[in-house]
Write a protein that binds this ligand. Structure first.
Ligand SMILES: CC(C)(COP(=O)(O)OP(=O)(O)OC[C@H]1O[C@@H](n2cnc3c(N)ncnc32)[C@H](O)[C@@H]1OP(=O)(O)O)[C@@H](O)C(=O)NCCC(=O)NCCS
Length: 157
């Protein structure tokens, strides 16, 4: 069972620590290059969201009867195209491949539809099979284009 809650400014320290526990491969998949830390401005952006233009959820599971955060998913509406939102997901390495990302994406789709968002766009490195497969596994209509090794995968909600 995966539980969800909105991210809060109080998640800042935990998110920062979780970033440092990510494998280099996961950091590259999420941020497109080797990134060694998050700046204070990035931590503000990632944890202080308005749940209208920027929605971010923490995914939690029970481990030894304790509710533990294992993933974060977010979408940010396009400034000029409010019917589109860019999504990004990260699941802790040791919990990848167990359905957390799929549950998180499903929940984000539900919230986005309620906000009138019609398209989810994900920027995905061409070699990122898990994220590409995750987008395909929704069963929704998918379009994709590629530029300089980065696929833009668009889901029609
Ligand atoms: C991409 C990511 C969010 C997926 O989350 P996850 O919890 O590992 O994925 P799930 O276990 O829910 O699997 C979702 C789908 O992807 C498939 N999948 C998972 N890992 C896979 C792998 N290594 N290779 C191929 N497919 C894979 C699953 O089979 C499933 O598809 P199915 O339902 O058709 O079987 C996670 O791997 C991650 O955080 N990666 C690093 C950061 C990243 O790449 N973020 C995306 C950038 S936007």
């Amino acid at each position: 069972m995966v539980y969800f809650r909105g991210i809060a400014p109080s998640d800042r320290e935990a998110l920062h620590k979780a970033f440092h526990r990510l494998s280099p491969a996961s950091v590259r998949s999420r941020f497109f290059n080797a990134k060694f830390d998050l700046t204070s401005g990035e931590l503000d952006f990632l944890t202080e969201v308005d749940f209208l233009k920027h929605v971010a959820l923490v995914a939690e599971i029970d481990i030894d009867e304790q509710r533990c955060p294992v993933g974060i998913g977010r979408f940010v509406r396009g400034r000029d195209h409010p019917g589109h939102a860019e999504i990004a997901l990260t699941v802790a390495d040791e919990h990848q491949g167990k359905g957390v990302g799929k549950a998180l994406l499903k929940q984000l789709i539900k919230l986005a539809r309620e906000l009138g968002i019609r398209h989810f766009d994900a920027m995905v490195l061409a070699d990122n099979k898990p994220m590409s497969q995750l987008m395909l596994s929704t069963g929704l209509k998918v379009e994709s284009s590629t530029s300089e090794g980065v696929n833009t995968i668009s889901l029609q909600l």
